[in-house]
Design a binder for this molecule. Structure first.
Ligand code: S3P
Length: 184
């Protein structure tokens, strides 16, 4: 069936906490000039409180509902072309994976557990890591559970270890241009 509405050409960054989605998102935004939608930031602004408080007051499922609603909004037919940086757990819901895939070119930023551990160690803004359990075990288990979802949702996987955000952005832009220019 043909449609008069062109498919969205957003670039969407997915991946585990601490893989650099927000930093690479800002770099892509600066290079392309497309607006940046950092989903965690938007949700916090709208809720008027940090994610830790959303989880504490309303629970994780309420936060996941906010993510789903925002993905739907970002995919509305008249939405501008954007760089979209997602939260690490957005892929857990099957509906979200479909919504993300429909937004445009999806890039999975991956990093070794040790790197994630180091990057998230001092940060107290991630409720799922604020427990008494060994963070390495939590991260390893969560990563194992989510890996298939990132894999299934992404067009491209990039290992971020050893590359700075500028190099990652260059790689993403080349691949995205190729993707968008070769679509049927
Ligand atoms: C989460 C990741 C966070 C944030 C929330 C839940 C997760 O985003 O959405 O704390 O479930 O992995 P970042 O990946 O930007 O840290």
């Amino acid at each position: 069936m043909s449609s008069s509405v062109a498919p969205p050409e957003n670039i969407v960054l997915i991946g585990f906490m601490g893989c650099g989605k927000s930093t690479v998102g800002r770099e892509l935004h600066q290079r392309l000039g497309f607006p940046l939608a950092d989903m965690d930031q938007i949700i916090e602004q709208r809720a008027g409180k940090p994610i830790t408080s959303i989880f504490a007051d309303e629970g994780e499922q309420a936060f996941r509902d906010m993510e789903t609603a925002l993905l739907k909004e970002l995919g509305e037919p008249d939405a501008p072309r954007r760089i979209i940086s997602t939260g690490g757990g957005v892929v857990v819901r099957e509906d979200n994976r479909g919504l993300i895939r429909n937004l445009g070119y999806v890039v999975w930023l991956d990093a070794p557990i040790k790197v994630i551990l180091e990057r998230t160690r001092k940060n107290r803004t991630r409720p799922l890591l604020l427990t008494d359990e060994d963070p390495e075990v939590i991260i390893r288990n969560m990563m194992e559970a989510r890996r298939p979802f990132y894999q299934e949702t992404a067009h491209l996987k990039l290992d971020t270890g050893g590359l700075d955000s500028g190099e990652l952005a260059t790689g993403i832009l080349e691949c995205a241009r190729y993707h968008f220019s070769n679509r049927p």
